[in-house]
Design a protein around this ligand. Structure first.
Ligand code: G4P
Length: 531
């Protein structure tokens, strides 16, 4: 990740735009809630979501899709913490929505990785971490649930280092765990943070200490635990790298805090870390050039589109990450794909649970623009320059099914509905070159069910999903003549996606290898840039 060379305007420099990644159940929802609580965005814990995403059942997802108002406002949340403005962008917790997660991570400058102190690095943590690594995102780690029996601190740190190949630098050190968990020693500020078990929403008591030899420590920590703490910290300081901000910013080192989200413990220290270490809004990559956040003109890109609360009106909210400039309500921006001007009169800023009209926003912020389908994922809005932001991929689906309207007379309606969902990024839609009907593709099976339910609810169209003869899709590109020859020789495998781009459908990896051999001038790819 590149650093800014010239200083940013203060309003931009104070922004921190990040996401939380976690394996289900590690405590992402609880931590989000505490962030909002300390950010003054909610008054009481328990207001965000009743249930953690991990335990959402299928019907919860359907319901959630229907009550989309809730998920829209939870998609991006802004709040202040000290001098900082935090923009927290939500990532779907369910692995079936991993493509959404990937795109969400294109809109942030950093990620907080939450792990469960008893479970360590879990499968979904690893997957999400790899996505962050692809983008060299700086990562701050929060080791949660220290109020329960946790693993040995050295063991946890070793596991992260070895499993994720990243250096870990402890920002705090836990004192005991489970029932004996007293709090943490803040290694960055030489402070003692003591946990209050009586009041879960209270912030820890902080005791200033002048180093580990300070006799004040003995007033708060029993002798045997203090001895252990001193030994451990001495060892940690010898064995583990000291925090290095440059290495953190380039994604090769993560600071780790230990705490208990449910007890509000360690959360403020983590938030302070996000504020102090940053990063500030980073330059964004466009095909034409890098776009630094401090640039005077407004530019931004759509990373997510979500159908709005009122399904019948089919209005949607496009989530824009502002890459540069100072946006003001009513501004006329150019929609780069259509080259048409667009007056942004009713942008939405997501202040916790309430959506608010955004009067202004700065680079790094996320704004929502209600629209009727003009804005698609990957689209750019600028003050006139034809910029195409890159790095927002579309992935080849891993599951394919044929889709038909329950009522054959409604085939045209189905086509329209499918195109809208494809533009929203909810599924891939392929029209085979031979025969009628459509094939829909998704990354996770749950997406099929959500799609079918939404088509029925929002378009009044019951649909049937049936297994397809194909299992993989690849985008076709390359030399024009070679592509033509390839297409005419493989008609029964060819389809077009909703952008009209050519796709090769198959069920065998062998087929894909064969194409590579027989048609060296044709390439088959599993991802496509959306711009
Ligand atoms: P998720 O979004 O990552 O899936 O996790 P979520 O925050 O929903 O937390 C999962 C479970 O872990 C919840 O318990 C939550 O209360 C608990 N939890 C979160 N942080 C801590 C912590 O610091 N210490 C302990 N001991 N537990 C924590 P649950 O019983 O499954 O649900 P609930 O009835 O408490 O909501």
């Amino acid at each position: 990740m590149q650093n800014q060379t010239s200083p940013l305007p203060a309003e931009i420099a104070r922004r921190r735009t990040f996401a939380i990644i976690a394996h289900p159940d590690a405590g992402k929802t609880t931590l989000t809630e505490k962030f909002l609580l300390f950010g003054g965005a909610i008054q009481m814990a328990g207001q965000v979501r009743a249930k953690g995403e991990a335990r959402r059942t299928r019907s919860d997802f359907m319901k959630m899709e229907q009550d989309r108002g809730i998920s829209v406002s939870a998609s991006a949340m802004s709040f202040d913490f000290g001098q900082f403005r935090f923009n927290l962008v939500d990532t779907p917790g369910h692995s079936d929505f991993s493509e959404d997660t990937y795109r969400t991570l294109t809109a942030v400058d950093a990620a907080v990785m939450v792990i469960d102190g008893a479970k360590g690095v879990e499968s979904q943590t690893r997957k999400l971490f790899e996505v962050c690594r692809l983008r060299d995102l700086p990562i701050l780690t929060f080791c949660n649930k220290m109020d329960r029996e946790a693993r040995d601190t050295f063991e946890i740190i070793d596991e992260i280092q070895e499993n994720l190949a990243i250096d870990v630098s402890p920002a705090s050190w836990p004192i005991g765990s489970g029932r004996d968990f007293l709090g943490c020693y803040d290694l960055l500020h030489d402070r003692l943070e003591l946990m209050d078990r009586a009041d879960r929403n209270r912030v820890a008591e902080t005791v200033s200490i002048s180093g580990l030899d300070d006799p004040k420590l003995a007033e708060h920590i029993p002798t045997d635990m203090l001895k252990k703490l001193r030994e451990e910290i001495e060892m940690a300081r010898e064995l583990m790298p000291a925090f290095d901000r440059e290495r953190f910013l380039e994604g090769s080192m993560t600071p780790i805090w230990f705490g208990s989200a449910i007890n509000s413990f360690g959360v403020k220290e983590l938030m302070t870390g996000i504020g102090e270490f940053g990063p500030e809004p980073q330059p964004q990559k466009a095909a034409e050039r890098m776009v630094p956040a401090g640039e005077g003109k407004v530019a931004g890109f759509v990373f997510k589109v979500q159908a709005n609360m009122d399904a019948r009106h089919r209005d949607r909210v496009a989530f824009i990450r502002l890459a540069s400039g100072h946006f003001e309500r009513g501004m006329k921006l150019i929609h780069v794909r259509s080259k048409k001007p667009m007056a942004v009169t009713n942008p939405v800023l997501f202040l916790a649970a309430d959506r608010e009209l955004a009067e202004e926003a700065w680079a790094g912020d996320i704004i929502g623009i209600p629209n009727h389908g003009q804005l698609r994922i990957g689209d750019a809005l600028t003050e006139g320059e034809m910029l195409h932001f890159t790095g927002i991929p579309s992935f080849a689906p891993e599951l394919l099914q044929n889709i038909r309207a329950g009522d054959p007379m409604k085939a045209k309606h189905l086509e329209k509905a499918l195109m809208q969902f494809a533009e929203e990024g909810a599924a891939k839609v392929f029209k085979p070159s031979i025969g009628s009907g459509f094939i829909v593709g998704v990354v996770g099976a749950l997406q099929f069910e959500v799609l079918a339910s939404r088509i029925e609810v929002e378009y009044g169209l019951p649909v049937r999903l049936e297994s397809s003869q194909f299992t993989s899709a690849r985008w076709v590109s390359g030399d024009k003549d070679a592509v033509e020859a390839f297409v005419s020789a493989n008609k029964q495998h060819i389809a077009t996606d909703n952008d009209g781009d050519l796709v090769f459908l198959t069920r065998l990896q062998w087929d894909i290898d064969r194409v590579a051999r027989d048609y060296p001038k044709v390439s088959l790819t599993a991802t496509k840039e959306m711009m």
